[in-house]
Design a protein around this ligand. Structure first.
Ligand code: HEM
Length: 419
């Protein structure tokens, strides 16, 4: 088997423990296999009943490939915070779902101490003060987007509102010259599409091409900001760079920053508006008091998070959720399932923007890999929901929404609305 075939057959990002659709469908027929079932289109559209079933069977469930899956809030929290579980194994012979040479996920693929060092370097770029400085940019961009839609005739909320916002914000934050931002967004979208798994050899080739282009663009950008620093994240990273941090480490970090804020934020806006419009009483609450927007953000991230799962490998034999996990076994934490755990959230299926426990959600993960961009995401989402409620109070859905056919990332591909 060639390297490409091997990678195409094996590649899946965090949700790697399932195989391609045909195998999944077959596996589901012959056995009640949780990770295979999650790969089926019906469950990708609405995975929540399956998460409930998995949780009802126990704190942890064995997968066909000998790994584990859990939709239990306490298990997910404990594992994400534990030093016994990591994003990559230390044993080079252990099964590794991520093709490291092809998809360098930077922070997301590093264990301490490399992770600690890089996170310290990247931290200053995301301080609350710096994020607050972006509030007016976000606000301005949101109003431009609402100005441009034809709300009376109807528009696609995903294409015309949710997608353009994160791209505009992250390219501005990174300080990408305007002339390059469209190309960067395009290549970024190709790489982001691989986070849920590589679908074919063609997809793999497009991914490799996009990676090379992004690398070249970020090499130029890092050099430019070394010569001409500005008030942006890339300039901050270059300024913090020390002798132990080579450009080979900064490049994947820049790529991750570009990608991590794309699909996540756009799907969170889509999921949020979908939930608000499906629950008109909750939309009314927000319209009557737009200052509730930050609470809406937490409840949206709890109720229907864009990142549905993550995974960790056991570095040593460990006990988790009352189960013995052996060294080198992977555990998939179903973040979205944990967010509906009735042990933590009363009446978890109810979308309730006044819920006080919403912030217990795991949408941004937990532990050392807790989302670095969470302050930015919260700022963008709160502003997006508030501006929509203020500018389009009569917003309503005018047709069916088409959902993404992906497992790790969840959200609408289209959401036709009018207002
Ligand atoms: C609603 C929006 C977002 C959601 C739901 C989200 C979710 C997540 C999750 C679940 C993780 C951890 C995955 C794991 O534990 O395996 C993560 C990590 C990360 N996120 Fe976000 N994210 C969002 C937006 C952003 C934005 C806007 C940025 C930056 C511009 C960003 C940058 C990062 C980075 C750099 C990491 C890696 C942190 C580390 O490994 O130490 N995210 N995010």
């Amino acid at each position: 088997m060639s390297r490409l075939d091997a990678v195409a057959a094996g590649v899946k990002f965090v949700g790697t423990m399932y195989r391609d659709r045909a195998v999944a469908a077959y596996g589901a027929r012959v056995k009640r296999e949780p990770m295979d079932l999650l790969g089926l289109p019906a469950h990708q559209t609405d995975p929540y009943p399956l998460y409930d079933q998995i949780r009802s069977r126990g704190s942890m469930e064995r997968t066909r490939l000998g790994n584990w899956v859990s939709a239990d809030h306490s298990v997910a929290t404990e594992m994400l915070r534990s030093r016994q579980f990591a994003v990559r194994g230390e044993d080079p012979t252990a099964f590794d779902p991520v093709p490291r040479d092809l998809l360098d996920l930077s922070l997301l693929a590093l264990n301490p101490p490399e992770h600690t060092r890089l996170r310290r370097l990247a931290g200053p770029a995301f301080t609350p003060r710096r994020m607050a400085g972006y509030a007016s940019l976000v606000e301005q961009r949101l109003h431009q987007l609402v100005d441009a839609v034809d709300a009376d005739r109807g528009f696609d909320l995903v294409e015309e509102f949710a997608s353009p916002l994160p791209v505009a914000v992250i390219t501005e934050l990174l300080g990408v010259p305007a002339a390059k931002s469209a190309a960067l967004a395009q290549y970024g979208a190709v790489v982001a599409s691989a986070l849920d798994g590589v679908r074919s050899i063609g997809h793999l080739r497009r991914l490799a091409h996009a990676q090379r282009q992004l690398t070249r663009m970020f090499e130029d950008l890092l050099e430019l900001r070394r010569q001409e620093p500005r008030d942006d994240i890339v300039s901050a990273l270059v300024a913090e760079q020390d002798e132990r941090t080579s450009t080979d480490v900064l490049l994947p970090l820049c790529r991750l920053l570009l990608l991590a804020g794309f699909e996540t934020t756009l799907n969170a806006i889509g999921n949020g508006v979908r939930a608000l419009l499906a629950n008109p009483d909750q939309w009314r609450l927000l319209v009557d008091d737009p200052s509730l927007a930050p609470q809406v953000v937490e409840e949206v991230l709890r109720y229907d998070p864009p990142v549905q799962l993550t995974a960790r490998i056991a570095l040593a034999d460990a006990e988790l959720g009352g189960v013995a996990v052996r060294r080198n076994e992977w555990v998939v934490a179903l973040i979205a399932g944990a967010n509906r755990d009735p042990a933590v959230f009363d009446d978890p299926k109810r979308f309730d923007i006044t819920r006080t426990s919403a912030a217990e959600h795991l949408a941004f993960s937990s532990g050392i890999h807790y989302c670095l961009g969470a302050p930015l995401a919260r700022l963008e989402l709160a502003a997006a929901f508030r501006v929509l409620a203020e500018r389009l109070p009569n917003l309503h859905q005018i047709g069916p929404s088409r959902m993404r056919r992906t497992t790790a990332i969840h959200g609408p591909l289209t959401l036709p609305v009018a207002g």
